[in-house]
Design a binder for this molecule. Sequence first.
Ligand SMILES: NC(=O)c1ccc[n+]([C@@H]2O[C@H](COP(=O)([O-])OP(=O)(O)OC[C@H]3O[C@@H](n4cnc5c(N)ncnc54)[C@H](OP(=O)(O)O)[C@@H]3O)[C@@H](O)[C@H]2O)c1
Length: 338
Amino acid sequence: MTHDNGGLRWGVIGTGGIAHSFVEALRATPTGRVTAVGSRTRDRADEFADAWDVPERHGSYAELAASPHVDAVYVATPHPWHHPNALTCLNAGKHVLVEKPMAMNALQVAEMTAAARANDRFLMEAMWTRYLPASRLVRDLVADGAIGEVHWVSAEFGVNAPYDPDHRLFNADLGGGALLDLGVYPLALASRYLGELTVVGATRQLSPDRMVDTHTTVLVRGENGGTGVLACASRTTLPNRAVLAGTRGWLEIPQFYAATDVVLHRDGAEPEAFHRPFRANGYEYEAEEVARRVAAGERESPDMPWAESLRLARLTDQIRDVGGLVHSPPTVKAVPLA
Ligand SMILES: NC(=O)c1ccc[n+]([C@@H]2O[C@H](COP(=O)([O-])OP(=O)(O)OC[C@H]3O[C@@H](n4cnc5c(N)ncnc54)[C@H](OP(=O)(O)O)[C@@H]3O)[C@@H](O)[C@H]2O)c1
């Protein structure tokens, strides 16, 4: 069955786990369709294309970037390749949605936004959580003053993944570490509600080979004086709950990175529960945002602008500096901690 529903013509780079989820989500939106897939090997491109009924398949990312049948590219490779893959696509005149974290460091993010500007193309970090209906509800409740001025944020994202030094979550050469993979979600939440963050302190546990963090906890202060406690972990299941507390009450968001539920606790009142399920798997909302902005001739999303991606990358750079954790670019071997 074909899913030729019109809209933005998407190309996908990388055929791993999240690429499948994204393509599945696109089936639930009339705003776009996948027209091409690019893989490092033609075999994997064929396999992916056959699974999802994608008409065009390419055995190299550069070939996909050059396709005249693609308007926007979704970059779904491991973090160290976000920067080179996005640059290839932007320089080929494509709009780009790039997986989180946008890149390995702030310098790479700055180069990517410069390329988007120079080529007059749309660019966005795929911080999908911000586009979920439950996240939009939280944003609206806070804007309406439901909890007053936000003074405190706590959020954590931890999964108990089996330790495998070859997996991208634990392998420094593949951009491993809990902070870059999972920690960006609590940081993005705190940044949204506390304003520009300063890292007051950070501490971590390291992987057995001491190459990447498996648990990082960060203390932050927001630009208006609010404070936050944020954590991420790759070898420990955490509650994965977020709390925003303000001068008139607090909001609780269970599983906040993939939120469907929100509980509003106004001071002195009974809690109010809200349920906002996904239409598909949740990635449809970020895809729709890209289509909406591209159709309007815009180059950034106001919910995840370039400056915010740069701020988040500066924060993760700074947090890794506490203790000297080194994350390598793809061509340079990572250096273990002493
Ligand atoms: N938004 C979310 O909820 C979410 C969830 C999971 C992951 N992500 C993000 O998406 C990105 C990819 O994650 P994933 O879980 O999909 O990873 P994955 O399953 O390991 O797949 C990554 C894909 O990238 C390509 N690739 C290019 N260079 C590679 C290399 N040197 N080693 C391995 N693969 C390479 C491969 O495709 P080909 O072999 O076809 O070229 C591979 O299938 C990460 O940056 C991650 O942070 C986001």
